[in-house]
Ligand binder design. Structure first.
Ligand code: F6R
Length: 586
């Protein structure tokens, strides 16, 4: 996934583009570039590295002109090199483009263009857009017709912005996000509201299959056949203003720390959607839960809760796996899709498959303006505010809270859930940070960590292992306690650390026994529990609480441990290597 941005207005474009790209860096951060137009000439600078680094080296923000485009890249086609970084100029240098997505037929297009004498400098799929635009522009000399002809030839998923040396911007959206920030005689085309939120809170969300032309202060939107569409300006949520780290060293730490508050916001204002969801669940023949990564892990918690507290059976399916068994979706069922971004390609594909089987789509979402929101029949909002850190933290606990609200509704509100107590437990575990920092120092040289839990704590163990992997690059694995003897015990020795999720509930005694079996093989034990045991080499204290509060409370210390271990290892917790915040490619 990448971020694209374009500016046309009365101010200097380059500094605003660089600022916007910094805000959107979570979407991809292996290379960056900016191009501007001034006096009918396009100037372009780009290179490998984070926005700050490349800007310091090449002074992107000094490029001249009031019109420009920019990009941060997460490599898909072609290595991370200066040449592969965007923007890509067309052969004539009259057009430059930035692109997010994948052009599936790029090889054919490239070969055809090569036969006509076009040269290609990069290994990317994106560069074909620049030359295809040039070819079509040379024929029609008209930007609108050029766009209609170009998008009709592209296959795949794309949003791109093209800058012409006559000062016009053109942009198209096909299954990748594109939003326009509308200022006073300024327009910012962007992958995300964060690209322009400092300038304006008025936005036009471009629909799939539409393109935009911006010429000075005139804007026009068309569908891919060229029919004009009336722009609809909406106000973006003021929550987007909350995109600063404040006093926190990193977004990840800020987002972990916010969880005592975000607990109260999950599902807020969507009571009707929760009631409707509960009603559908009561009467559904088949229920499927889906998501990727952390959101999939939240589906495992949902499955457990539905079964235990509402006696409703459901199936959790990893979104990317569904395409290989589409027939496993029974027609007229319910699919609950969980996604922070609402833009994960795998999740959208799973939704697409379920829709073909006439399923009702219910989504648990943070980004209410996302593609998934528009594809859903019912949307339940996480409302946890922008999550910038690439590793999901507060969105996970918000997803859990929404599951709690659903099962509460399924019990006709008879089930008492004390959200105040959950929030208090989060605050208490956050106070363990000094203890956790010390443990982070102990694990920094370790190459394998296992996280063990039973029952509802097993999905938390899987999620914890994911957090450790992403933030520390240490190999980590979640183990269901009872499975220890069926294989993983063979791995236990003095080089290994095992985190035991062991609150004092029905799983306690069995998990303590597992801890002793592991300790006997020489591994070091980190116990996360409300009850001390001498089997723990390190103990992270949980507040004593109940089965619904524990999963959230025990998630926090492992998020913190992963965060502090990343600092010990001198890696960037906000932007782990090779990852992107939302994976909009398959
Ligand atoms: C893990 C993480 C990813 C995401 C996954 C799904 O920390 O961030 O595994 O959970 O890419 O993303 P969404 O929820 O946006 O669909």
């Amino acid at each position: 996934m990448c971020s694209i941005i374009g500016y046309s207005g009365k101010d200097d474009a380059a500094p605003l583009l660089v600022k916007g790209l910094k805000r959107m860096e979570y979407r991809g951060y292996d290379s960056v570039g900016v191009a501007t137009e001034s006096n009918s000439k396009i100037e372009l600078k780009k290179g490998v590295g984070r926005v700050g680094e490349v800007n310091a080296k090449f002074h992107l923000e000094n490029l001249p002109g009031k019109i420009g485009i920019g990009h941060t890249r997460w490599a898909t086609h072609g290595k991370v090199t200066d040449v592969n970084a965007h923007p890509h100029p067309s052969n004539s240098g009259q057009i430059a483009i930035v692109h997010n997505g994948i052009i599936e037929n790029f090889e054919k297009l490239k070969n055809d263009l090569k036969k006509e004498g076009y040269n290609f400098l990069s290994e990317t799929d994106s560069e074909v857009i620049a030359n295809l635009l040039q070819k079509n522009y040379q024929k029609s000399k008209n930007v609108k017709n050029t766009m209609i002809n170009t998008v009709s030839e592209l296959k795949g998923h794309f949003s791109f912005i093209a800058m012409f040396d006559n000062g016009q911007l053109a942009a198209a959206r096909f299954h990748e996000p594109l939003i326009i920030g509308v200022g006073e005689k300024n327009y910012v085309l962007s992958s995300d509201v964060l690209g322009f939120i400092e300038q304006t809170d008025e936005a036009i969300y471009i629909d799939n299959g539409n393109f935009v032309l911006i010429d000075q202060d005139k804007i026009q939107i068309f569908d891919f056949d060229g029919k004009e569409i009336k722009p609809l300006i909406t106000k973006v949520s003021k929550e987007f203003a909350d995109v600063y780290k404040g006093d926190y060293a990193h977004f990840t730490l800020k987002e972990i720390s916010e969880q005592s508050e975000t607990i109260f916001k999950a599902g807020e204002g969507t009571k009707e959607a929760i009631v409707e969801t509960a009603d559908y669940l009561k009467h559904a023949k088949n229920i499927y839960l889906t998501g990727s990564g952390t959101s999939y892990n939240a589906s495992l918690v949902g499955k457990y809760l539905l079964s235990k507290y509402a006696k409703i059976k459901s199936e959790s399916i990893i979104s990317s796996e569904l395409q290989f068994s589409p027939d496993s979706i029974e027609p007229n069922s319910i699919l609950i899709a969980i996604s922070q971004s609402g833009e994960s390609a795998d999740v959208l594909e799973a939704v697409n498959i379920a829709k073909k089987a006439d399923c009702k789509i219910i989504s648990i979402l943070n980004s209410l303006t996302s593609t998934l929101a528009r594809e859903s029949d019912i949307v339940i909002g996480m409302n946890c505010g922008p999550e910038i850190g690439v590793a999901a933290t507060k969105s996970f606990t918000s997803q859990l809270i929404i599951w709690y609200k659903i099962i509460q509704e399924l019990s006709n509100e008879k089930m008492e859930i004390n959200f105040q107590e959950i929030s208090g437990a989060v605050s208490k575990t956050l106070q363990e940070h000094n203890n956790i920092k010390k443990i982070a120092n102990e694990i920094k040289e370790i190459s394998d960590i296992y996280v063990l839990g039973r029952g509802i704590h097993y999905p938390i163990a899987i999620e914890s292992a994911l957090k450790i992997k992403e933030l520390t690059y240490i190999h980590a694995e979640g183990i269901a306690g009872g499975e220890l003897k069926h294989g993983p015990l063979a791995l236990m020795d003095s080089k290994v650390f095992v985190i035991i999720i062991n609150p004092e509930d029905s799983t306690y005694q069995d998990t303590l026994t597992s801890a002793r079996e592991i300790k006997a093989r020489g591994a070091k034990i980190i116990g996360i529990s409300d009850k001390y045991s001498d089997v723990y080499d390190f103990w992270i204290k949980l507040p004593s609480t109940n089965e619904l509060t524990y999963p959230i409370a025990e998630t926090i210390p492992i998020q913190l441990l992963s965060y502090y271990a990343s600092l010990e290892k001198d890696t960037d917790p906000d932007y782990p290597r090779n990852l992107a915040k939302s994976v909009t490619v398959k």
